[in-house]
Each structure stands twice: as C-alpha cells, then as structure tokens.
Design a protein around this ligand. Structure first.
Ligand code: ZN
Length: 390
C-alpha cells in the first residue's frame, strides 16, 4: 500500500495585458487537495480491454486507452469500505458476479478517484486513462467514487469537502466543462457527447443521490460547469430504456410490438380495448414466468411526489428495474394490474402506460381503490411477465 501523499499544484497564469499599468501579473492557483496514489492494475490486458471498449462502444479507434476529460461523474460505491471497493476495481477483468454487464465488455469497472468516508482521496488511475464507470461517456469522463450508499451509509460532509476540492483541481487542470451525478448520465442520450453504440446497454443508477449533487453544485457554482441536459419530454417507449435495460444480448426495453412468442386473443365480435392492452395472452409451454410485486411511485430517495404523473412514471420505472433483474423487459409483460385511488387519474395513467408499453398488448386490469397501503401513494402497478426459454 502506498501511503505517500502526493500533492500537486496547478498554476493558472492569467494573461497579463501589456497595457496593465499596475505592472503586476495576476497568478491564480488552484491547489490540489492531498491525493494518495493507489493505482489499480493497469497492465497490458486492461489496456487492451480498454482500447477494445473504446472501439466497440464508441467507435473510437486508437492504440492506447487515453482520454481527453471534459466531464466529471460523481458516484457512490454501494460497497461499504474503501478496501473492498479497491479490491472490486483492482483486477483488469470483470468478476463473474457482474455477468449482467459482462456481455457488453469483459473490462472491469473502475474509477479515477475514490474518496473514503473520512474524505481521504485516493487516485486509482491517471485522469487521462479511460476508466469504465459511466455508459456512453467513459471516453471523456473522469470518475469520482465515494465510499457509501443511499441508505445506511450516506455520504459524509468530509466527502463533500474532498469532492469540492478535487473537482476544483480537475476543473483547473483539464478545463472540465460538465459535472454530473451518475444518475444523470442517461440524460446525455441524444447529446453530441453521447457515443454508446449499443441501444440495449443501459443500467439504472441513483448514485450519488440528488441531495449530494445539489450540495456539490451549490459550492461549485462559480466554475460555471454545465450539468446534464434536461431530460427530454418522453416521447415514446424509450423512457424505460433510460432507466435500466437488459444486457445487450436481450432485446432493448422498448416494447413496441407484440411479442411473437405469445398468442394474443382476438375473438371475432369482441372489440379490442383502446390503448396498450389486449383481451388476453396465451403463454404456451416452454416459458419462464415472473410475478412481480406491486410497485408504487416513490423516487430514488424513497420520497413520494404529490404529482400523479411522477408517481406513475416512477412506478413503471421500478417495474422496469424488476423486469430487468428477472432478465426480462416490457415486451415480456403479459398482464398489468393497476390500482389507482382516483378515476380522474386514468387519462394520465393511460398516456404514460401507452408511452412505455408501446404497441405491445398485455392483458390489463384497472381498479379504483379507496386507499393504498402507503397513504401518499396514488398508484400501484404489478405485472406478470413470461419469457420463452431459449
Ligand atoms: Zn455510479
């Protein structure tokens, strides 16, 4: 273990105009925080996997794994200690437990910096070497991981201070233009910086929490960095794509069409319902089934918005996460049960549901109930899904 702190100083020399009568040159220094060098393995294999990743995911062909950073992405580790996080990132190859993203690349995940709970900053990789920490943007993004999570190990004030000092330093050194939380990465889909070529490769992220990013930005305001682009008004079944999607071997989460593995009931003389559901689905032998627990529309922090549409979108997004965990997606859904507390919410529900379910036609049941178990909840959605065993 390398315990020698390496302190770096970046000097920004402000151009001194020849007509400056004062005759003094203004020197602005951004002093780096103390950074402990603790490199992960970057051997020929990691380099090769990184070069391959740049090529396959971004179409960037080069003979090294260098990047030109223009963005900082802040994370939490969801791993309780610095040591365990380091161990998870250290090896070049992805461990077998992460098979879900392994189909996208064998390159292990990592980050440039790791901030321990007491604020100690470790540097794992040079800032201009690609780390795998954010889909779509690794070729231009420096990653800062913070040891902690969104529940029992909330990020600390010491971590906040260290992130601020580190980001100021990186901004001065590299001209960083964008600062985002990992949970915001998918808002870059469609932005010129977005380069991911696999439309099915998305993961659901909540780190490092909305509140941590708010506090960070409040104290870095003067740097004028941009955040993520506004989330586009969802205009199709792609919304779920941005939340979480299956490994690339699976169809993307967009539903879009009837599932060719199912038989849809369309008896003569019975009108089809309007919207994204049909009269029934027959699942023939040879399918695996998933019965998902009803989801209410709480947000990443567990809070419930008063806004029905927000609740509806969150509930459907959570269903999407569960489907993904089951190795399935919306086109595998055969039944949607929705519980609403007000009939007045039906039109909004129908619109949001149609956006996300697309033209697929699971069977459906909708019920107006007096209350849900959580008194603030205005919607609960539970689904059944089936998938052909291949
Ligand atoms: Zn992250």
């Amino acid at each position: 273990m390398n315990r020698n702190p390496v302190s770096l100083i970046v000097m920004l020399v402000a151009a001194c105009s020849p007509t400056n009568n004062a005759g003094t040159s203004a020197v602005v220094s951004a002093v780096a925080p103390e950074i402990i060098q603790k490199p992960i393995v970057f051997d020929a294999r990691r380099e090769e996997l990184s070069i391959q990743y740049l090529h396959e995911h971004y179409g960037i062909v080069q003979d090294d794994a260098s990047i030109k950073p223009t963005m900082v992405v802040v994370h939490w580790t969801d791993i309780p200690t610095m040591k365990e996080t380091f161990a998870a990132f250290e090896r070049p190859g992805l461990p077998p437990a992460r098979a879900a993203i392994g189909s996208a690349s064998a390159l292990n995940v990592s980050s440039h910096f790791l901030v321990d709970r007491d604020g100690t900053i470790y540097q794992l990789l040079p800032e201009t070497t690609m780390a795998r920490h954010v889909i779509g943007l690794n070729y231009c993004a420096i990653g800062i991981e913070n040891v902690g999570n969104g529940s029992d190990l909330p990020l600390t004030d010491a971590q906040l201070d260290s992130n601020i000092a580190l980001i100021r330093y990186l901004h001065a050194k590299h001209g960083i233009q964008y600062l985002i939380g990992h949970y915001e990465y998918s808002q870059f889909i469609g932005h010129p910086l977005w380069k991911e070529k696999d439309p099915g490769y998305r993961t659901e992220k909540t780190d490092p929490g909305v509140e941590f990013m708010r506090r960070l930005r409040a104290r870095l305001n003067d740097l004028g960095m941009q955040g993520a682009p506004e989330r586009p008004k969802a205009s199709g079944p792609n919304l779920i794509d941005e939340r979480k999607s299956p490994p690339s071997s699976r169809r993307p989460l967009t539903a879009g069409n009837d599932n060719p593995d199912f038989r849809y009931l369309e008896p003569d003389g019975m009108a089809l319902p309007r919207g994204s559901f049909g009269l029934g689905v027959v699942i023939e032998p040879g399918h695996r089934l998933a019965f998902l627990t009803g989801q209410i529309g709480d947000n990443a922090d567990g809070g419930l918005s008063d806004d029905f549409e927000t609740q509806a979108r969150n509930a459907l997004a959570s269903v999407g996460v569960l489907l993904n965990e089951a190795g399935m997606n919306w086109s595998d859904v055969v039944k949607i049960n929705v519980y609403l507390i007000a009939a007045a919410d039906i039109p909004v529900w129908a619109r949001v549901r149609d956006e996300i379910v697309g033209d697929a036609r699971p069977s459906g049941t909708g019920v107006i109930v007096r209350a849900l178990a959580n008194p603030k909840a205005r919607i609960e959605v539970s689904v059944i899904a089936a998938q052909k065993v291949e």
